[in-house]
Design a protein around this ligand. Structure first.
Ligand code: SF4
Length: 83
């Protein structure tokens, strides 16, 4: 099974999608079609909703295929690692 990971980002956050874990439950696109639309490419549109809304929806993914991280926190911890 392919272990591919796709990342979608806006300035504030990054959504990570692992297709091999996706159970096509439809939860994400029924909840937030402006961002998660499997009929379009890319199927995740990071400018479709506010960051908080996207995070809320990502947390509802039942399979764990969707996850996210905040860009700022990652940048901070990377900076901290270098010090
Ligand atoms: S909510 Fe998660 S498991 Fe369901 S379709 Fe979206 S990514 Fe796949």
């Amino acid at each position: 099974m392919p272990k591919e990971t796709f990342k979608y980002t806006n300035n504030e956050m990054t959504v990570v999608w692992k297709p091999s874990m996706c159970t096509h439950s439809t939860v994400c696109w029924k909840g937030l079609i402006r961002v998660f639309n499997p009929k379009e490419k890319p199927w995740i549109k990071m400018n479709g909703a506010a960051t908080e809304k996207i995070i809320e929806q990502v947390k509802k993914c039942p399979s764990g295929a969707l996850s996210y991280f905040l860009n700022e926190e990652t940048a901070k911890s990377e900076t901290a690692d270098m010090e």
